[in-house]
Design a protein around this ligand. Structure first.
Ligand SMILES: O=P(O)(O)OC[C@H]1O[C@](O)(CO)[C@@H](O)[C@@H]1O
Length: 517
């Protein structure tokens, strides 16, 4: 078959929605679809059950309801339906009041900035949406998404002169995430030091009864938006987590939700060629033999989508990166995701994609419209947008010529609606893929190991602080005194020295380094 015929055959096109997905360069044979049909049937059934309110996260005994967020009628009962609809109304009311000046900073004027404090699913979605759609944002938005004090200071410096016009959103589903709590305490301290009443600027988005919920309540924060148990962090972008900041930025949240709702509806089709999300999941399966053998390189040819790969890293890798399958077998599943944007990456790592290790498949995201308004000619008859399109088409062909597969997803332009389409497409593809490879996409047991180890290190650090008295102690001295591993103790000592709590004299090896207060 010619490439042209293959293209025509391999395209799933939602013309009325303005999105298509082209799998013609994935080299998928018809027999693959036939072989996969039993797994596809199961994945479709799993999705139908999930949408009907089954306990789709068996380990945590939870329903998985992010698809209800954009269609409350799907919710399995009236309580959940209200948990979808009421916050949307509350978000609109609150953002209208802030933007129209009915809710103002205590010192008068209007809020001009937004500082969002969160991490993982409580930051990545809002960061992606702001970057994609926030060019005309009503509030200039800043983020704390880490416990790095230098990063926090850089952001505080940016908002220092308009601190009294800054609204703060503290976002944490669990309400107990250390990085987010630290960011909140750092912001609060900075506000108080600058004589600005933090509580009159602060809003929480969190689960009812969480530590953050209690803190916000007892400190009389402006308001609290709920986050429900049946929404996972990495799929929370259409809950209050994504909607509150988006509405405050003046982004059309109805359009955003409508895009996702439409994609959900289309990708309930049991006819695989019409189901873009199932097609995507099957293409991932085909590329990596259902074992994640190929990495997913995301290449959006549009600056405003450059955080898409970062957003998808969490969605895909936290969902699919699992040790066990649903039957308890060790499977070590996952798909690695990375990328930035085209054509910029052409001048960075595309060299390796074309000629180097063949361990990936690319996903080109094509945005057909170059810009709003007129373009100059950068060459006779040629615009910058023509170049962007040329580089996308060229790189795609060059990769294929050297036997590298790629998917191309095309949208007309980046709008709240098309962003909703794209996000829902990937959320559903992840759900389908998890079923195809028989894993639970909705828990994250692995993350807990790192959190527990960090807590033990902090305990060691405090013991070392207490034991570092007198002169010239080595790591071994303190390890013996505190009954800890010398290597952990050494790293604690180095940290104290780097932060002016101790002085270090270097010996020939770390074991011979000495430390004193
Ligand atoms: O919203 P929270 O509870 O602060 O969690 C933030 C992130 O931390 C994780 O739980 C992983 O540690 C993510 O799944 C989540 O998005």
């Amino acid at each position: 078959m010619s490439n042209w015929q293959t293209y025509n055959k391999s395209l799933t096109r939602y013309s009325d929605l303005g999105l298509s997905i082209d799998l013609s360069l994935m080299d998928i044979k018809n027999s693959f679809y036939t072989e996969m049909q039993p797994k596809v049937d199961r994945a479709l059934k799993d999705m139908a059950d999930l949408e009907a309110g089954a306990i789709a996260n068996p380990d945590e005994g939870r329903m998985v309801g992010h698809y209800w967020l954009r269609n409350a009628d799907l919710a399995p009962n009236d309580t959940i339906k209200a948990q979808v609809n009421e916050p949307i109304a509350a978000v609109k009311e609150f953002s209208d009041k802030v933007l129209s000046g009915k809710i103002t900073p205590p010192t008068g004027g209007r809020f001009e900035n937004l500082l969002l404090i969160g991490i993982g699913g409580s930051a990545l979605g809002p960061q992606f949406v702001y970057h994609a759609l926030g060019a005309d944002s009503k509030l200039t938005t800043y983020f704390f998404d880490n416990t790095d004090p230098a990063g926090i200071d850089t952001t505080l410096k940016q908002i220092a002169s308009s601190l009294n016009k800054t609204l703060v959103l503290v976002v944490s589903k669990s309400g107990g995430t250390a990085e987010t709590r630290n960011g909140m305490l750092e912001a609060q301290e900075f506000f108080e030091a600058n004589k600005v009443d933090f509580s009159k600027h602060a809003v929480a988005i969190t689960g009812e009864g969480s530590k953050l919920f209690k803190y916000a309540t007892s400190n009389n924060w402006l308001t609290i938006f709920p986050m429900e148990d049946w929404v996972g962090g990495r799929t929370s972008i259409m809950s209050t987590v994504g909607l509150v900041p988006a509405a405050l930025q003046g982004i059309d949240i109805d359009g955003f939700l409508a895009g996702a709702q439409q994609m959900d509806a289309r990708t309930r089709s049991t006819n695989v060629p019409d189901n873009a999300a199932m097609q995507l999941a099957l293409a991932w399966y085909h590329a990596g033999n259902g074992k994640g053998e190929k990495d997913m390189v995301i290449l959006p040819y549009k600056d405003s989508l450059s955080l898409f790969s970062k957003y998808l890293q969490q969605l895909v890798m936290e969902s699919l990166g699992k040790e066990h399958d649903l039957d308890g077998n060790v499977v070590n599943q996952g798909i690695a995701v990375y990328g930035n944007k085209g054509s910029t990456d052409q001048h960075a790592y595309v060299q390796q994609l074309r000629d180097g290790v063949k361990n990936f498949f690319a996903t080109f995201v094509e945005v057909r419209k170059g810009r709003n308004g007129e373009s100059i000619e950068v060459d006779p008859g040629t615009t910058s947008a023509d170049y962007l399109q040329g580089f996308l088409r060229g790189t795609r062909s060059a990769l294929y010529e050297s036997d590298r597969n790629s998917i191309t997803i095309s949208i007309n332009e980046v709008t709240p609606f098309t962003l909703g389409l794209l996000i829902a497409l990937y959320e559903r593809a992840v759900s389908f893929y998890a079923s195809l490879v028989n894993i639970n996409a909705y828990h994250q047991p692995g993350v807990e190991a790192g959190k527990a180890a960090a807590t033990s290190f902090l305990e060691i650090l405090n013991q070392v602080r207490g034991a570092l008295t007198g002169w010239e102690k080595t790591a071994d001295d303190i390890a013996e005194a505190t009954d800890n591993s010398p290597e952990d103790v050494y790293h604690a000592l180095i940290h104290l020295a780097a932060n002016n709590e101790a002085t270090q004299s270097e010996g020939a090896t770390p074991a011979e380094d000495t430390f004193e207060i």
